[in-house]
Write a protein that binds this ligand. Structure first.
Ligand code: 5GP
Length: 111
């Protein structure tokens, strides 16, 4: 079982930001910005491509969960949503997760 499945089950504690039927959002343990929150779907997918093959209900519910999380965080100045994917993308947990970063000026290109 991946780390994020354990967090979803409550076996590993997390600092919850938002939750609904489809999504769970919690603070990243190693924040890279003043706001750094991870949003995961409640249905397992390893990455964004696997997620896209799930039902419309699950995909739409997850996207709405990301939106609700962003609104909860009050990021009117802007923010970044990142899906690190695979080895070269820097993915370390094999369960799809959106990073939401905000509350500072973010640079581009990313490292
Ligand atoms: P990835 O590197 O796969 O894109 O993102 C995984 C993220 O999970 C990292 O930003 C890392 O800091 C975070 N993380 C790793 N272990 C834990 C944990 O036990 N709790 C929380 N809240 N975040 C974690």
């Amino acid at each position: 079982m991946t780390l994020f499945e354990k967090i979803l089950k409550g076996d590993i504690p997390s600092d919850k930001v938002y939750e609904d039927e489809y999504s769970f959002a919690f603070k990243d343990i190693s924040p890279q910005a003043p706001v750094h929150v991870l949003v995961i779907p409640k249905t397992k997918a390893r990455n964004i491509e696997e997620l896209a093959d799930l039902s419309q209900e699950v995909v739409n519910g997850y996207l709405k969960g990301i939106k609700k999380t962003i609104q909860t965080l009050e990021l009117a100045e802007g923010y970044r949503v990142v899906f690190n994917t695979g080895e070269w993308g820097g993915q370390t947990v094999d369960y799809v997760h959106a990073h939401i970063l905000g509350k500072r000026q973010l640079s581009w290109p990313p490292g």
